[in-house]
Design a protein around this ligand. Structure first.
Ligand SMILES: [Zn+2]
Ligand SMILES: [Zn+2]
Length: 641
């Protein structure tokens, strides 16, 4: 038999008979411990199962179970194991769709007349453990497309058939694992005993191929890890994220509500949420005023022709809502504020002396998002951007970008975000504007980032067609990243709207336009803030800063006086004068994460004081209401609790 040369990258090399499997070669080439951890190998950029027979000279790199790719293979194999368990338990009544590994785990989509629920997990997990212990190998088989079609037709697996029909290939690979045969590219772990640490997590409805018109399947999510400790850490992290989930806290704290009768993705701000939002808006406006911005307000709809001129209808039309007719003219809801700010610009003639012009608006826009993509406050259909447009001369561009980044970081740091991921996206293949303009503005963005000493990553070709941009993601308390800020240079809109200014030489020039949003949208940013603070907002943001509680009815009148006094001095304070036990009132205020509880009994009433208790349980010495106001004002100024 012919011999082939098999080598490990940067390691041993040896001749083997043709047809030797990867596993057999590994035995000779790689030492015990590393071999035990090797779940697959990478050769020529492709991943191979350990059972793959080698027919040509091969150089491979072992993939360890602990590596990112290794864990991905493990998770994908666990999806097969789950499908096998489901098929064995529920038989022909279940059809299988797809089961990939995803970030942090895997899923499999099933079609069953009765949808799966978490109540089924125990039974499925027990079956999976039993099948894992049976050491069932994953066996790969190459078959012709026709043969695969025949096989899945016999099995009645309509989803696999549809996938096969869409594949423009002559042959496909099938993997047999126990009694379950799946259409799959692989690779997998050698056998099911590798799947030791796994957990099923949740179910969700999922349309076949993400299409609302196709059948609704049940998606079972799960995860798997190479070792137990990692699973535990992961589950702890999930639990912490669940506790902080802004949808849950939003309800508990009475911040916002989303209702079917109103429509998906449309936010109703409840009084406490509205208060929080007002505080955020006031802060935002003040900071912008200090930094030389002027505030604008613009309408929610405009003639359709405006969106033709701006190019939104051509480039962004699928995200816009249908037009409406008013006096025989078509109008459309705004997906962006930019053309309105240009309208304000065009109301007057401009000279180079006025530049830079910095206009900001908390502008509410409407964009079509698929129902499946909607998520609490994070992804909605109507939202308010903290938008601004800056019009300037080319020589001012770099300084303006620097100023924006400076203000951006200042605002983010106010909320305790001090870790960022910064991306600079450069010219894509299709673009408008001159090469000179692109170079100038890309350089300006770079210079500003470097002057600010920000680490950044270049995304070549990822800029928008009208100009380069900077995106900033923030990291929250749990280390999760959130895209918030974006800064974009635009050569397109000034051209489309024929904007101009008079230059020093008396000639008309086209201004440079910068679009930027720092928080992104108020909805999203508040969603991030709720999770970041776990609902316990610092004093300056707390919708309710303090709650007054009496011990008995005898102090009710004094409580009312204190309440009126504190409200008058600008504190956000509420009364709890119900005939309930003090402990009960305290617990309730703690659940609402109110920073201060002001407890009033007979002694306080007589001495004209209040006893102050912080939400963490610490008691401050009794003080006068006036002293408490000072304490609050000072903490708010320093933006601490
Ligand atoms: Zn597979
Ligand atoms: Zn804009």
């Amino acid at each position: 038999m012919a011999e082939i040369q098999v080598s490990v990258q940067d390691g041993e090399s040896k001749a083997f008979p043709q047809g030797t499997t990867v596993a057999e070669a590994l035995k000779e080439l790689v030492s015990g411990k590393q071999r035990k951890q090797t779940v697959a190998v990478r050769s020529d950029g492709r991943l191979l199962d350990l059972s793959t027979p080698l027919v040509l000279d091969t150089v491979f790199e072992p993939v360890s179970l602990q590596s990112e790719t290794g864990v991905e293979i493990l998770r994908h194999s666990t999806a097969h194991l789950m499908a096998l368990a489901v098929k064995e338990l529920f038989g022909d009544k279940v059809k299988v769709a797809i089961g990939p590994a995803i970030e942090d785990g895997f899923y499999y989509d099933f079609d069953r007349d009765k949808a799966f629920s978490p109540d089924d997990f125990e039974q499925i997990e027990a079956k999976m453990t039993e099948l894992a212990n049976a050491r069932l190998p994953f066996a790969r088989q190459e078959v012709s497309r026709e043969e695969a079609i025949r096989f899945f037709t016999e099995q009645g697996e309509v989803y696999k058939l549809e996938l096969l029909n869409d594949m423009a290939v002559d042959s496909v690979s099938l993997y047999t694992h126990g009694t379950f045969v799946d259409l799959c590219r692989g690779p997998h772990v050698p056998d099911s005993s590798w799947v030791k640490v796994f957990k099923l997590l949740r179910v969700a409805g999922s349309y076949w191929r993400g299409d609302e018109k196709r059948p609704m399947l049940t998606r079972i999510y799960g995860t798997a890890f190479a070792d137990k400790k990692e699973l535990k850490q992961y589950l702890d992290r999930l639990e912490e994220a669940r506790k902080r989930d802004h949808r849950r806290l939003g309800k508990q704290l009475g911040l916002f509500t989303i209702q079917d009768q109103i429509g998906p993705g449309l936010i109703l701000w409840q009084p406490r949420g509205a208060q929080l939002r007002r505080l955020l808006e006031d802060y935002w406006k003040d900071e912008h005023y200090k930094n030389g911005y002027q505030l604008l307000y613009t309408p929610h709809i405009a003639r359709q022709d405006l969106w033709k001129t701006s190019g939104h209808l051509d480039f962004y039309g699928e995200n816009m809502y249908s037009a409406m007719e008013i006096d025989e003219v078509m109008y459309q809801l705004k997906p962006m504020n930019c053309p309105f700010h240009i309208g304000v610009y065009k109301a007057d003639k401009h000279s180079y002396r006025e530049f830079p012009i910095r206009w900001c608006e908390l502008g509410t826009v409407y964009r079509y998002e698929r129902t499946g993509a909607l998520h609490g406050l994070m992804r909605v259909r109507g939202f308010t951007q903290d938008d601004a447009h800056i019009f300037c001369r080319p020589d001012q561009l770099e300084e303006e970008i620097f100023n924006i980044i400076d203000l951006n970081l200042h605002i983010l740091q106010t909320f305790g975000f001090d870790q960022y991921e910064v991306y600079l996206s450069t010219r894509p293949e299709k673009y408008v504007g001159s090469d000179e303009h692109w170079q100038l503005s890309t350089q300006a963005l770079k210079q500003a980032l470097e002057k600010k000493e920000l680490q950044y990553q270049v995304d070549p070709g990822e800029g928008v067609f009208y100009g380069p941009k900077i995106d900033i993601k923030i990291k929250d308390q749990l280390g999760r990243s959130w895209q918030c800020s974006t800064i974009q240079v635009d050569f397109n809109l000034p051209e489309r709207f024929q904007m101009s200014y008079t230059c020093v030489d008396g000639a008309e020039h086209q201004p440079i336009m910068i679009h930027r949003a720092l928080m992104g949208s108020l909805e999203r940013f508040i969603g991030v803030l709720i999770e970041h603070y776990a609902g316990a907002f610092p004093l300056w943001l707390a919708p309710e800063q303090a709650r007054i509680m009496n011990i008995t009815d005898d102090q009710a009148e004094y409580c009312q006086q204190v309440y009126a006094k504190l409200r008058n001095l600008g504190l956000r304070v509420e009364n709890d004068l119900r005939n309930e036990k003090l402990n009960y009132k305290i617990r309730e205020a703690q659940l609402m994460k109110v920073p201060y509880m002001l407890i009033i009994g007979e002694r306080e009433k007589e001495e004209g004081t209040i006893t102050v208790r912080r939400r963490d349980g610490e008691n401050l010495p009794a003080m006068t209401p006036e002293a408490f106001v000072e304490l609050v004002i000072d903490a708010c100024r320093r933006r601490i609790v």
